[in-house]
Design a protein. Structure first.
Length: 492
């Protein structure tokens, strides 16, 4: 998987730097608290929310178990409707396909709908290398692109920017990309939105090629779905003569009836709306209406490897709502850039190491970028047990073991820097499976508790540096039970 932010350190180092940025923390705190409060109110309106959540989980799991069958059905449906399907095993192949399709039109500019899949494969950079300029049309993505920045949130990529910073970016950069910002631009939301609207309008009217992702693909009809709030997606999907959609293979649902569930849960979980202001659906091509040519690029890029893991595959249920980011105490303090991936937050901590593998320092650190508080699982509209997957990936990083990479079974070696942790876990396993040893150790710890240090030595210093060590009780639970209950019952 492409998309690692080049030069990024592992999460601990990046997060340590981020938490010192008081402006960033203020922006994140305000935005995440506002979004999650609105989401809670929107979800509370539905008495059957939990049933919808479980229905979404079951639909996704059923689809993933039969993914090969539904992908073939989708290809047949799209082809029958006048579209063309391309299969991309990895980022390089997807970028090559898209570049060739754009070159075949003779165009050197494209307009884009916000798409995590195209960010994942670094499509903009790949097109730039081929002499093709891609223009982001989502307001937040436009801010990121003009500022030569990186997205830091799934739903709100420019969440780390405040209005003053956005005004400065527009004033400084818009003229280099097209229509300049109006004179005397203020930082009021209405003025900033109007400046973006005027800047983008000429792009929409001139572009002959549009590039999108999709929130969902319906196998039975070959229909693709994009939900958004600004209307820029509708412009990109309908005005160009050629439309190219790059979509991860996990975005498929079998039927229209299945789609109904997600059109209720996604908007409430993401933008806290009952339904998205713009829900665009298209099936192939239609004479005299919309693009004349439609190409669907189905992207694997590590997804079938992820599917092979019985625990980790649940990350493929993700519908990119970003609810987990907005409740995560780690994300709120560290921000999205610290994750070193286009997928930040809790879902990024389980998705990126599976799509890219845990061979790099960044990816090996991501499963540990969590307090395991479980807030992400509680809000996930498709019930992804992110803490469970995090623990699974931590085990893979520390212990190594079997995995699937590029379709082949491999034996992963333990990551560097975890020798002490491995030794501690093995010692704990040895003691916990021997009641006599455990009992002796507990008594010894209680009797020497006044000699215990207040901080841990060696690698443990990183943990106790920000926490108080829990006090050891005066006597072990077993001894207390024997003393107070007189040996009645099972105290083993």
């Amino acid at each position: 998987m492409s998309g690692t932010f080049v030069g990024m350190p592992a999460f601990p180092a990046a997060a340590r730097e981020a938490v010192r940025d008081t402006t960033l923390r203020g922006n994140l705190r305000h935005a995440t608290h506002t979004i999650r409060a609105k989401r809670a109110r929107a979800v509370a309106e539905l008495e059957d929310w939990e049933r919808l959540r479980q229905a979404g989980r079951r639909i996704k799991d059923r689809t993933l178990r039969r993914l090969d069958r539904y992908l073939v059905q989708l290809e047949e449906s799209v082809t029958a409707a006048g579209g063309t399907v391309h299969w991309a095993a990895d980022a390089d192949e997807a970028n090559r396909i898209v570049a060739e399709l754009v070159k075949a039109t003779g165009e050197t500019e494209v307009v884009k709908v916000k798409s995590m899949a195209t960010q994942e494969i670094a499509l903009n950079e790949a097109l730039e290398a081929q002499g093709i300029r891609a223009y982001e049309t989502d307001l937040a993505e436009l801010i990121v692109q003009l500022g030569e920045d990186r997205p830091s949130h799934i739903l709100v990529p420019a969440i780390h920017r405040n209005r003053g910073e956005i005004r400065e970016i527009f004033t400084r950069e818009m003229g280099e990309w097209g229509r300049p910002a109006p004179e005397g631009l203020t930082d009021t939301p209405a003025d900033l939105a109007e400046a973006a609207r005027l800047h983008l309008r000429e792009k929409f009217l001139r572009a002959k090629v549009g590039i999108s992702g999709a929130n969902f693909m319906v196998a039975e009809t070959g229909t693709l779905v994009v939900v958004e709030s600004e209307g820029n997606g509708r412009m990109c999907l309908t005005l160009p003569e050629t439309l190219i959609s790059v979509v991860g293979i996990e975005k498929i649902v079998p039927t229209w009836q299945d789609l109904e569930v997600f059109l209720q849960t996604l908007p409430r979980s993401s933008t806290a709306e009952r339904m998205n202001p713009y829900t665009s659906m298209w099936t192939g091509t239609t004479d005299g209406d919309g693009p004349r040519a439609f190409h669907l690029v189905l992207l694997d890029n590590g997804r079938t490897d992820t599917l092979a893991d019985e625990v980790g595959r649940q990350a493929l249920r993700c519908i990119r709502c970003s609810a987990c980011l907005n409740v995560c105490p780690v994300y709120e303090r560290a921000g999205g850039h610290a994750y070193g991936s286009v997928y930040p937050g809790p879902i990024g901590a389980v998705l990126s190491p599976q799509l890219r593998g845990t061979g790099s320092e960044i990816d090996a650190s991501l499963p540990f970028a969590s307090s395991l508080c479980g807030a992400c699982y509680e809000v996930c509209p498709v019930a992804i047990d992110i803490p469970e997957v995090l623990v699974r990936l931590r085990e893979r990083v520390v212990e190594g073991g079997g995995a699937v990479r590029e379709g082949n079974k491999v034996l992963l070696r333990p990551a560097k820097g975890h020798a002490a942790e491995r030794a501690a876990m093995r010692a704990a396993r040895w003691a916990l499976t021997r009641p006599g040893v455990l009992r002796t150790g507990q008594r010894l710890a209680s009797r020497t508790r006044r000699l215990h240090p207040r901080t841990l030595p060696g690698p443990g210093r990183a943990w106790s540096g920000t926490r108080d060590l829990p006090p050891v009780p005066a006597e072990p639970f077993r001894d207390w039970w024997q003393r107070t209950r007189g040996g009645r019952g099972d105290a083993s």
